[in-house]
Design a protein. Structure first.
Length: 483
């Protein structure tokens, strides 16, 4: 895992957020290659989940969330982990991270048995909106019993049991507490009726969304796997109650196919049937799709039958009908929902871990050396093709290479490189996962064999095999091998 983390920084996939200031725990930034990999993943998910289906539409909801939404969904009261402190080394951890040795619980960091009792820790992140200025605003507080949120930063000076809920700014504008959404799903549920009306869909149909979510994790760990700011790819697929379990199985299989199609083999994927005592109380069935990371087997995606819980809760809390009218039976009912929910950042990490490889390859002098390769599936690779003139000081080679770049650029993300020996350039592209390399050589100019004029050397990353391809055929050849 250390080699993977090092490569991610060295080659511009992932950086520690605010690194020059010491970083920010549990928050990561994606560099030039990382953002391309992430975009390729999201675009492919959207393509297969939305564009290639007739009964799924999209939504892009806001991050700031009205507390009433999360109160109705149960997040305010129940979205928490059990927190334990070690009194010896002052470490803070989730209760499920405590190590058991000979029947005694110990701190995983220092081994101490001096631990606090487990207590609830709400994972939601809170902020305030409105033109508040702490130097001039008047603060109003409500008792804790009236709160719709978790513990917040503003406390009344008259009572430790009070918390800032709403204030008036200097211009009289109401300032209120809101949450950064802990999941993207709730935005979909509260817009169910709006989207049903404008899309004119009939059951079963789905609403898809890709977006940021935030959780104040007790102990972010395993690189980007568990972070405080992350991105989700979620589908809420609404159906009749009697169709729920059949569609749960359908979406489990569809999601497994998706991972195989982006380069994660079925042999590295595992389906965990979540037992009754561990799944959410409202779920009628849940599967976790897990991947074998270098640090262990962990969840990539959950596929759950959430029944009618969410829509029922929001209908009850808002007083607005979220029922579906069946034109055939003339009945009204609240649909059930199947939810495939995947983590973008976790899947990006899985793609990098799966792609990372080392092998032996000859250098320019024929001596064997270790080659680092990211064997991305071509459709996921950040850069699809690199173009090299054999020599940078030969203007005809450089000009022809740049013509090819202009030819390919409307169709593929390409990279031009003229610096260094051709073998070194191949190695650089291997290390960042570029599946194809095009070399413009003297045969391209027809100097050695007139029959090879306007052809190039096309090199494949994994096998390192080379073939001659006509320039006019490059677009179709590459597109057919990438998509």
């Amino acid at each position: 895992m250390e080699k993977i983390v090092s490569l991610c920084k060295r080659r511009g996939f992932i950086f520690q957020s605010s690194e020059i200031y010491g970083g920010l725990n549990g928050v990561w930034d994606y560099g030039p290659l990382g953002v391309e990999l992430k975009r390729n993943l999201k675009n492919y998910w959207w393509r297969v989940m939305v564009h290639e289906r007739d009964n799924i539409v999209g939504l892009d909801g806001s991050i700031l969330t009205n507390p009433e939404v999360l109160k109705a969904s149960g997040h305010v009261e129940g979205f928490s982990d059990l927190l334990v402190d070690c009194r010896t080394c002052k470490s803070r951890m989730r209760a499920d991270q405590v190590v058991g040795k000979k029947g005694v619980q110990c701190c995983p960091r220092c081994g101490s048995q001096d631990l606090t009792e487990a207590r609830e820790f709400n994972l939601m992140l809170e902020t305030r909106i409105g033109s508040i200025d702490s130097r001039s605003a008047v603060t109003y507080a409500k008792p804790a019993a009236d709160l719709t949120g978790a513990t917040g930063p503003g406390m009344s000076s008259t009572s430790s049991e009070s918390q800032l809920v709403a204030v008036r700014g200097p211009a009289g504008e109401l300032v209120t507490s809101v949450y950064l959404r802990p999941e993207t799903a709730q935005t979909i549920f509260v817009h169910f009726k709006n989207i049903l009306e404008v899309s004119r869909k009939k059951l079963p149909f789905g609403i898809a969304q890709i977006g940021k979510a935030f959780r104040n994790e007790i102990n972010p760990r395993n690189f980007t796997f568990r972070s405080r700011e992350f991105e989700q790819m979620e589908l809420e697929y609404f159906c009749r109650p009697e169709e729920g379990m059949k569609l749960l199985e359908y979406w489990k299989e569809e999601r497994l196919k998706f991972y195989e199609n982006i380069g994660i083999p079925r042999s590295k994927l595992h389906v965990l049937t979540v037992p009754d005592e561990e799944r959410a109380f409202y779920s009628k069935g849940t599967y976790d799709i897990e991947y074998e990371f270098p640090f262990g087997r962990h969840e990539l995606e959950g596929v759950a039958n959430r029944t009618d819980y969410d829509l029922s809760q929001h209908q009850k809390a808002s007083g607005k009908s979220l029922e579906y009218f069946d034109e055939e039976t003339k009945q009204k009912f609240i649909p059930h929902v199947i939810e495939p929910s995947a983590g973008v950042d976790r899947t990006v990490l899985a793609l990098i871990c799966e792609a990372y490889s080392e092998d032996q390859a000859p250098d320019e002098k024929g001596k064997m050396e270790t080659r680092t390769v990211l064997r991305f599936h071509p459709r996921m690779a950040p850069i699809k093709c690199a173009v090299f003139p054999l020599l940078k000081n030969k203007e005809p080679l450089v000009a022809k290479a740049k013509e090819i770049v202009d030819l390919l650029r409307p169709h593929l993300f390409v990279f031009y490189d003229e610096s260094g020996a051709i073998g070194r350039r191949y190695r650089r592209q291997d290390e960042i996962g570029t599946p194809f390399g095009i070399t413009v050589d003297f045969e391209t100019l027809g100097e050695k064999d007139a029959k090879l004029r306007d052809t190039v050397t096309l090199r494949e990353r994994d096998s390192m095999k080379q073939e001659r391809v006509a320039i006019k055929d490059l677009v179709n050849t590459l597109k057919s091998r990438i998509h």
